[in-house]
Design a binder for this molecule. Structure first.
Ligand SMILES: [Mg+2]
Length: 175
């Protein structure tokens, strides 16, 4: 295998799930009504398995997964969802047709008792992955996460999602 082929294999696109591959606004609204201050109850509700049925596929994110695959980049998912939702999450990814596109099933979810801001958890995973892979793109709807990446990994292409809408973010393409 030539070194250029090896590089090929190591190029990855990182995707979030909620707000990127799935429109979660209904689940968000229900959680918000239970706890408008967005405390523990909000997150418990937002991450309740029963409410996942309200999620709707977001075409733009799904298309970007297939574009990455076509460009011979690997797809890895880092989500702030807790690990207890792994099975239900895999089922949702299967339903929207992207589960088998995820490189070696690399789907990172948070520990169930990890209540830190999700971008802090995601950055930890990203830094670990950056030792092994060439991170080319990150697709997320969390501006804080993208700003941190911009600071630490200035060459990574950042895609900020806003539920299928476009909005301005400093350097890169937005959805
Ligand atoms: Mg998200």
């Amino acid at each position: 295998m030539s070194s250029s082929e090896r590089l090929w294999e190591r190029r990855v696109c990182i995707f979030d799930i909620d707000g990127v591959l799935l429109d979660v606004s209904k689940r968000y609204d229900i959680a918000y009504k239970t706890d408008p201050r967005k405390g523990r109850l909000f997150w418990q509700t937002f991450f309740s398995e029963d409410l996942l049925k309200y999620d709707v596929p977001l075409e733009i994110g799904i298309q970007n997964i297939f574009r990455c695959v076509n460009e011979k980049k690997r797809v890895i998912i880092i989500s702030g969802r807790p690990k207890r939702l792994r099975k239900a999450t895999e089922e949702q990814l299967r339903e929207i047709g992207v589960l088998k596109e995820v490189h070696y099933q690399l789907l990172f979810l948070r520990e169930d008792d990890d209540y830190r801001k999700s971008y802090i958890y995601k950055l930890e995973v990203l830094k670990r992955l950056a030792r092994e892979y060439v991170i080319e793109e990150v697709h997320d709807d969390d501006e804080n996460f993208l700003r941190e990446i911009e600071r630490l990994f200035p060459d990574v292409k950042l895609y900020l999602y806003d539920n299928g809408r476009t909005k301005e973010f400093r350097r890169q393409r937005l959805f």
